[in-house]
Design a protein around this ligand. Structure first.
Ligand SMILES: [Zn+2]
Length: 174
């Protein structure tokens, strides 16, 4: 669904080595503002967990594409792969890989409840686990600002208080 929406917009879409999905919208400078979250969730994570951040970023892209002039800064939407870690009990797979903090020796041993090894499962999605040891992506985030929306609701209809944090530089997404 996300890929289908992005296909209707003037963005460059790529899946990186860790399986994260990126969509880039060019501004007047190469300085990039990244907005990201995730589409996976956990049991009882609520309907806003992760998806709100991705859909919010999608709407930013839609607004930028409809504007008469390009924005000052470039913009990127990222959908982090396996952020919550519900299947292998290890969260932050994709974002840790980008931040350079993914311990491949630990995650290569992980199995899901059916006995499938993580390296075999991620390979089905085009991710070669051993290639993440020397991932080049930390440099991608050096000149960016990053914002994330991720809400977990304790009760489905609970009133929401939203805190937003924006960093000016970002080297570690853990
Ligand atoms: Zn989340």
């Amino acid at each position: 669904m996300l890929r289908e929406e992005l296909a209707t917009m003037p963005v460059e879409v790529e899946q990186d080595e860790a399986g994260n999905l990126w969509a880039y919208f060019k501004g007047r400078s190469t300085d990039t503002v990244v907005v990201g979250s995730h589409l996976d969730s956990v049991p009882a994570g609520g309907w806003l967990d992760g998806a709100l951040g991705v859909m919010g970023g999608l709407e930013v892209l839609r607004s930028l594409a409809a504007a008469p002039t390009p924005p000052q800064r470039s913009f990127a939407l990222v959908d982090w792969a396996d952020e919550e870690g519900a299947r292998f009990s290890r969260s932050l797979f994709g974002s840790a890989a980008v931040a350079g903090t993914l311990d491949v020796d630990i995650v290569r041993e992980l199995k899901d409840r059916w006995g499938n090894l993580l390296p075999d499962v991620v390979a089905e999605h085009g991710v070669v686990l051993l290639s993440l040891i020397h991932i080049s992506e930390p440099t991608r985030l050096l000149s960016t600002s990053y914002a994330v929306f991720c809400l977990k609701q304790k009760k489905p209809k609970q009133e929401l208080t939203i805190h937003i944090c924006v960093t000016q530089t970002n080297k570690n997404t853990d």
